[in-house]
Design a binder for this molecule. Sequence first.
Ligand code: GAP
Length: 453
Amino acid sequence: MTIKNDPQRMEKIVSLCKRRGFIFQASEIYGGLNGVWDYGPLGVELKRNLKDYWWRVMVRERDDVVGMDGAILTHRAVLKASGHEDTFSDPMVDCRTCKTRLRADQLPEKNGVKQCPSCGGKDLTEARPFNLMFSTQIGASADPEAIAYLRPETAQSIFVQFKNVLDTARKKVPFGIAQIGKAFRNEINPRNYIFRSREFEQMELEYFCRPEQGMELLDYWLEERLKFYENIGLPREKLHVLTVPDADRAFYSKGTYDIEYAFPFGLQELEGVAYRTDYDLTQHQTASGKPLDYFDEETKARFIPHVIEPSAGVDRTVLALICEAYDEETVTDEKGKSETRILLRFHPRVAPIKAGVFPLLKNQAALVEKAREVQALLRPLMNVFYDETGAIGRRYRRQDEAGTPFGITIDFETLGERDAALRNTVTLRHRDSMEQERVKIEELCGRLVSAIS
Ligand code: GAP
């Protein structure tokens, strides 16, 4: 796959995201909080649609997966047993000249000498490990027993609750526990917009199986996850599967794939699909002294299940969706003038707004009333946006920029004023092709619901 970096395209995307209310810098009016982002009205809908679709295909449409929602505040012992307290760190150096703290493994070199990328200084300290977890204190006590962590991944609460879920959900291996939720990492170098943040969301599945099923299920889940990305509008040719080399894998993993996407800033990881063996459950069983094994009714054997883990980033996928959808094209308006049309070609399934509803003229009560009726009809089924201001062409353009796949215009034909046969029909305009067709209001719900499901 040939990847070309395109900083200009990225700049345009960042600017559109702010201008249209997808993503804002967190705490912006106070100067911003580095590596932390807020989602605006369009961003939150896009993110929610992504999470809902993941939940639908990974949990609701499967007999072998159940969900959970674990706490963010995590007992120190959990993250001690998982290895995070001792080893979840990046090697850091300080530049003695400009005092910048830097990742030791990302330093540029000149003539074989490492340099500070901020000031070019070569006077750097020795590398020291810097733990990426955010710690906090539970209650008023200041003693070390009161330390808790904001979870660095959602996975650990799934492992810790494995027995409770197994006992209550009555599942047999292979089965999975899925979770979507916030995770926190004190990244030294947050970068590439929302790609590497300090607060982000994960969509994780821990899929428990017999040891002999592990390698086959690793490949099964890789394929399932690739299909997922295609189904939300990321084409296969923009996805790359990296087989993580032995030396780069966690020591307990028997195989790991990274699913990467060709972002405008390069090929970067969207999701890891890892065969974690029985490492996590064994660690927690040993540290807690509580049995986390599984009794196989068929063979009457007890064993610690092995785990396949597809772990995806919500924010990274949101960014990939926006990058993939962004497009500019030259179009000619009704008066023959050419202009640039900016649009987001989101898959209707994830689009923040599914349809714009427009009365042709806002000063015609009958058109407004009918448009409000159409809005009320669609609202329980999807997110629609009512807009009566400006020329109809402008209204279409505004929705193109928001990525709205359908525009519905209520005009005089709808009222049956020109042709009785057209009464209760609307103009349905398609974002990508800009084609328009006449559709009966009674058929709208069915047409749109099948497009967005
Ligand atoms: N439970 C396994 C785990 O957490 P990971 O590779 O560290 O594995 C999984 O994270 C996914 O979470 C990544 O593929 C990425 O999509 C997302 N992710 C990790 N760190 C992130 C960060 N700092 N900002 C945004 N997303 C992040």
